[in-house]
Design a protein around this ligand. Sequence first.
Ligand SMILES: [Fe+2]
Length: 302
Amino acid sequence: MQTAAGLTTTQAPFIEQAQARGEKFIRQPYELYSEENQETWRALYRRMLPRWEKYANEKFLEGVSNLALDPNAVPRLDDINKFLEPLSGFKAKAVSGYIPAYLFFDCLRTREFPTTITIRDGRTLDYLPEPDIFHDVAGHVPMHTDRQFSDVLVRFGEAARSAAMHAQEITDREERLRTVESIIKGMARFFWFTVEFGLMNRPEGGYCVYGSGLLSSFGEIEHCIESPEVQRFPFQLEWVVNQYFEIDHYQPLLFIVDSFEHLFAEVGRLEEWILAGKLSNLSGGEPAVNETDLQSFLEAVS
Ligand SMILES: [Fe+2]
C-alpha cells in the first residue's frame, strides 16, 4: 500500500500517525517508500560519493564500504544492522521524529542510534532543517562502524547520565533548573562542533571531515575545507561549550581534533567539567533548550 507522499520528510502519514499515538520508536515500513523517494536517495548518493572520497576521513570511507550501502536504494535498517552490530555493537533504531535530549544521549550509551527513516523532498536536495535518512544513515552510521568513534558516543551518553545525577544533588529547584539548562546547552554545543560538524587534522597535513552534518551536505562538505571564509581552530573545550551556533546556514566556525582518541579524551574532560560545575553558567545564546529536553534530564534518574 503506497501513498502518494511515501516516506517524504514532513509529508508522511505513517509518521504522523505514529507521532499521534505517541510512538517514538517504530518499524521501518519499507514498502511505503515511493519511487520518488528511491530516486531522491540515488541522486543524493551519486553526487555525494566523489566528495566523500575527497574530503571524508578514512574511517568513514571504510564504514561506507563495510555497511555495503546501496547507491541505488534507500537502506533497510535491518540490513545495515547486520553489518554494523558485529563491528561496534551499535544498532540503528528507527524513530518517528524528535527524541528528547536525555533519551537521545542515553540511547547512545546503550549503543543504539535513533535514526530518521523519512527522506527529504526530491525537489529540495540541498537543504532541510530536519534530519532525514540520508543525514542519519549516510552521514552518521558509517562512523559508527569504527570502534573508537562508537566509544566516543557511548562516553557522551555516560556524561549525560553523570549530568543528570549531578543535577539531582542540587536541592534548590531554581538553581537546579538553571544548571541543567546550561549543561544541556553545553553538551549540545559540544555534540554540534564534533559529531555533527567536526573536522580532523590529516597526518599528511590539511583537514578531513568526520562530522555528519558536513558528510551529508553536498555543498558544505566542500565549503568547510576549501573556503577561506571558514574559521578553523584547534578544538578547545572552553570555547566549544560557550560558543553559540545557528543551524540555517553554512557554519562560519569549526573546530579541529587530532584523532578519535583525542575526541574521546575531550568527552571525558566534558564530564569532569560538568561534575565540577564548570558548565553550570555558560554564555547564553543558541541553542535554546526546550521544556521537553529539560524535563528529560530532570526525570532521567529517579
Ligand atoms: Fe545529525
